[in-house]
Write a protein that binds this ligand. Structure first.
Ligand SMILES: [Zn+2]
Length: 426
């Protein structure tokens, strides 16, 4: 049991869907609060006073692990719904080239970018990859994240994509949080298929997706839909193959250039991510669907872009938005959801309340986990992030300083200095 919580942001709501418009500002805060968790689930929330007066608790209190939160702020664990952790090396040459003026696309054309991560991932053992992925998950948890969507996408052969997803699975088995694996075989066309993107798409559809589905290694299939990567028509083909193999779909869209989203929305993607250059027409269309627009401003920051995703336009038009890190070696090497929240507030003019809702319950909906994750309500998974602040607005305010005291992941506590986890209750 966590007691003496200064502000408990439950985000509870009578509606079970994703949050849009004004509902993004509703955090349902309980002051002087307590949360009781048992067997990895949330059992009850309320004031500390009412919790301590509860007859069941009085009887069983000695058997519970009780943590005095001493006025700290507790929020639902962040759901980081867009990450690329299956890589080995940082991309320092790209970093320096960008500093001296090259653009993302110029770097990709000269052999840098996504393609430059291929060699090390193809050559790595599954164990080495799994260790890298696990270390990313641990960094994320230390900053408040309890659920992570993790993509493959730096192998780009059937064998290397399967190895990447198996490495994600191995890391997930060693981490107490929740991991949702995604196949991103269509990240870019690998060098051996240069000029033959149609053949590569056929390999993704006819070999990669069916073998990943057969081995149950992924829940979703993702596509990088962009000039220099995959066209809308190719994306459609990959979506169809995913559907035939009973996998969900999502895509990176409009990151660098505008594209028409109507044809993709027919496949009901769980999320469309980036959407920096989305047209007004598509904003209106997206607002009528359940597809989440996942915004990843860490990439805009790291690429040194002046323009950020149009969060205000999306929210004010009724689109359900989520926030994620886009953790990856090329454009967003950060595991920090609090930094992303800070960027959302300062550069996208989202309120702290909107940013927290987007990073929790809407992230959960983007992964199809809205009924299990993203709010602190009885019956949901015991995923909590405890911050050493007295007001939740300090979470985006103290940017790049980790104020997360500890996280509870499916009932298991992880401490900042990686002390051994232990269960809350039993
Ligand atoms: Zn991405």
């Amino acid at each position: 049991m966590l007691a003496n919580i200064g502000q408990l942001l439950t985000l509870s709501s009578s509606s079970s869907g994703s949050r849009r418009g004004a509902a993004l500002n509703e955090l349902s805060i309980i002051r002087d609060a307590a949360v009781l968790c048992l067997g990895g689930k949330i059992v009850s929330t309320g004031t500390t006073k009412s919790a301590l007066a509860d007859p069941w608790l009085k009887k069983h209190r000695k058997k519970l692990t009780e943590i005095d939160c001493d006025g700290k702020v507790v929020i639902p664990g962040f759901v980081d719904s867009h990450t690329h952790p299956a890589f080995v090396l940082p991309r320092l040459i790209d970093f320096e080239k960008r500093i001296s003026g090259s653009t993302y696309e110029q770097i990709a054309e000269s052999g840098g970018g996504i393609r430059s991560s291929l060699e090390s991932v193809r050559g790595a053992t599954k164990q080495l990859l799994a260790n890298h992925v696990l270390s990313a998950f641990q960094d994320m948890a230390a900053m408040g994240t309890t659920t992570v969507e993790a993509k493959s996408g730096y192998g780009l052969t059937v064998e290397a994509e399967i190895k990447s997803l198996e490495a994600i699975g191995q890391a997930a088995a060693r981490w107490p949080g929740t991991v949702v694996p995604t196949l991103l075989g269509a990240h870019v066309v690998p060098p051996e298929f240069r000029g033959r993107s149609r053949d590569y798409v056929a390999a993704v559809c006819n070999e990669m997706i069916p073998s990943v589905a057969r081995k149950k290694l992924a829940s979703f299939v993702d596509v990088f839909t962009e000039r220099g990567a995959f066209s809308l028509d190719e994306t459609k083909l990959i979506f169809q193959a995913a559907r035939q193999n009973k996998l969900g779909v999502r895509a990176h869209v409009c990151q660098l250039s505008q594209c028409e989203l109507a044809s993709l929305l027919d496949d009901r993607p769980a999320s469309l991510d980036h959407v920096d250059h989305i047209s007004n027409h598509d904003v209106a269309r997206l607002a009528t669907t359940d597809t989440i627009a996942t915004l990843v401003p860490g990439a805009n920051y790291f690429l040194g872009l002046e323009k950020y995703p149009p969060a205000r336009k999306l929210i004010d038009s009724g689109v359900a938005v989520a926030l994620a890190t886009d953790y990856n070696p090329g454009s967003s090497p950060t595991a920090s959801m609090p930094v992303v929240l800070s960027l959302a507030c300062t550069h996208m003019k989202m309120s702290p309340e909107e940013a927290i809702s987007a990073a929790t319950i809407n992230g959960a909906h983007a992964l199809g986990l809205g009924t299990r994750k993203g709010t602190i309500e009885p019956g949901k998974d015991a995923d909590l992030a405890v911050f050493e602040v007295t007001d939740y607005r300090e979470i985006p305010y103290w940017f790049a300083t980790n104020r997360c005291a500890f996280t509870v992941l499916n009932g298991t506590i992880t401490l900042k200095d990686n002390e051994l986890p232990f269960f809350v209750g039993s």
